[in-house]
Design a protein around this ligand. Structure first.
Ligand code: CA
Length: 218
């Protein structure tokens, strides 16, 4: 799951990013409205966390333009204002959800997961395929009765492969969804993570490599 945080309070933005990365999410940051809108137009995010009071371009305007662009990205607006009128105004601009500051981190995570589920094709919160079971909310994955001890990236890759439901997922798509913009697109992180993930999944092998196309989980 890939998230963009647009928030000009850099300490807060970095703290949120750190927490979300620990949850296995790929997180990018923007500290003003304009650069946030630019990143959101270039990259494929599941959810944008958008502060309202932003320099360069107000959060309301960012929200209006993002939702007008027709992108499938979900928008979670943060605002210090807790009044109902502000909340309704935010939703009218095309925000999908709203969270008043200050908020509990756990609530932010729960809202993000709920929004991400709405963003993609509908799939159940717990993913199953073959004898694999993965629960994104509790961060647990099993093969049969065996609990899999996965790193955040291995977990993220497995989650994307399961969600593809037998479809082929390209290395590029995995980079988009599991890593963030600081990752060199020509690096071999996907290949290396795939190798360690395969080893942890064990026998019989479940992940196919389709040369030039990507990966598929049986
Ligand atoms: Ca602000």
């Amino acid at each position: 799951m890939r998230v963009l945080i647009i928030e000009d309070e850099e300490a807060l933005a970095s703290a949120i990013a750190r927490g979300l990365r620990q949850q296995g999410m790929a997180v990018d940051l923007a500290f003003d409205g304009l650069s946030g809108l630019e990143k959101a137009s270039v990259n494929d995010y599941d959810v944008v966390i958008l502060d309202r009071n932003l320099p360069e371009m107000h959060g309301d305007e960012v929200c209006r333009r993002l939702s007008a662009s027709g992108a499938s990205v979900r928008i979670l607006m943060l605002t210090a204002a807790r009044g109902l009128r502000d909340r309704v105004a935010g939703l009218d601009l095309g925000a999908d959800d709203y969270l008043g500051k200050p908020f509990a981190f756990d609530e932010l995570v729960a809202r993000l997961r709920a929004l991400a589920r709405r963003a993609g094709p509908a799939h159940p919160p717990t993913l199953h395929r073959s004898d694999i079971e993965l629960d994104p909310a509790t961060r647990h994955a099993h093969r049969g009765d065996r609990e899999l001890e996965l790193t955040n990236k291995e977990f993220g890759v497995l989650e994307v492969l399961l969600a593809a439901d037998g479809g082929v997922v390209s290395a590029e798509e995995l980079l988009e969804k599991v890593w963030d913009e600081n990752t060199d697109p020509f690096s071999n992180v996907v290949r290396v993570t795939m190798m360690t993930l395969r080893r942890k999944l064990g026998e019989p092998p479940l992940i196919d490599t389709l040369p030039g196309a990507g990966y598929r989980l049986w």
